[in-house]
Design a binder for this molecule. Structure first.
Ligand code: GRF
Length: 246
């Protein structure tokens, strides 16, 4: 009697040859994929979260410096409290994840719910540093607790002179001969955290608020990427009110 054919591997391969081989290859491939996805992600790339309310020229300078390898970091997310802010359009152009998160019921700060939404998003995107680039909301309390010493801002004057709004106008009205911009850590006060770096610009006799502001913004686009690069490289140490460059 002819022995009944079994269904061992060899028989299957003989019977369904190419189909079995393809399925086996796919099975091995999906096993490899699931193994890769289950590996713990070691986040070696330093990630930036940028918050802004305006046109986003500082964000562009930072994104270009990252792309050129001048800042050893990548943009993790760009967030704005203004739905149609230029900064979000730039984020889209650079292929960076972005979101509008409404600020809630207050005019100058985020309400509790909005603040939590920002915190959640920044934690979710695993950012190492939060870079404020024209973000027009005061950040306090829970936000600063969540990201202590990890939030920086650029201000358009040589702090502590002329904190607050329209600092270039304040400088012009005061009659100073030199002004500039300051990158600083954020603390509980307004533009009062430890200063990381400053860059000066001259105030010219025929300056208008617009020409002076444009000159300061030119300096900002040079200074901010340098400072963010140094932070990403771990070269800045905070010691009380002082910051030390290494
Ligand atoms: C900058 O000039 C900065 O000094 C201030 O907000 C402005 C933002 O400009 N904090 P942009 O949106 O980066 O062009």
């Amino acid at each position: 009697m002819k022995p009944k054919r079994g269904h061992g591997c060899n028989d299957l391969i003989r019977e369904h040859g190419p189909f079995v081989a393809k399925s086996a290859a796919l099975f091995v491939f999906s096993l490899c994929l699931s193994f890769l996805y289950s590996l713990p992600v070691s986040q070696s790339v330093y990630r930036l979260g940028i918050l802004g309310s305006g046109k986003g020229s500082n964000m562009v300078a930072i994104a270009e410096a990252c792309a050129a390898g001048k800042i050893p970091a990548q943009l993790g997310v760009v967030l704005s409290d203004v739905a149609d802010a230029g900064i979000l359009q730039h984020a889209e152009r650079f292929g960076v994840p972005f979101a509008h998160i409404a600020p809630g019921k207050y005019r100058t700060k985020l309400d509790e719910e909005a603040e939590l939404a920002y915190i959640r998003k920044l934690i979710e995107t695993k950012v190492d540093l939060i870079v404020l680039a024209g973000f027009m909301r005061i950040l306090k309390g829970e936000f600063l607790k969540a990201f202590a010493n990890r939030v920086v801002n650029i201000h358009p004057s040589l702090l502590p002179a002329f904190p607050g709004l329209e600092a270039w106008k304040q400088a012009l009205d005061h009659g100073v001969k030199v002004t500039g911009c300051t990158v600083h850590f954020i603390d509980q006060g307004v533009d009062s955290g430890p200063i990381i770096a400053q860059q000066t610009v001259p105030v010219l006799e025929d300056d208008t608020p617009e020409t002076l502001h444009a000159r300061i913004q030119g300096a900002e686009r040079e200074l901010y990427p340098k400072v963010v690069g140094a932070l990403a490289e771990g070269r800045i140490v905070v010691k009380g009110r002082q910051t030390l460059w290494r």
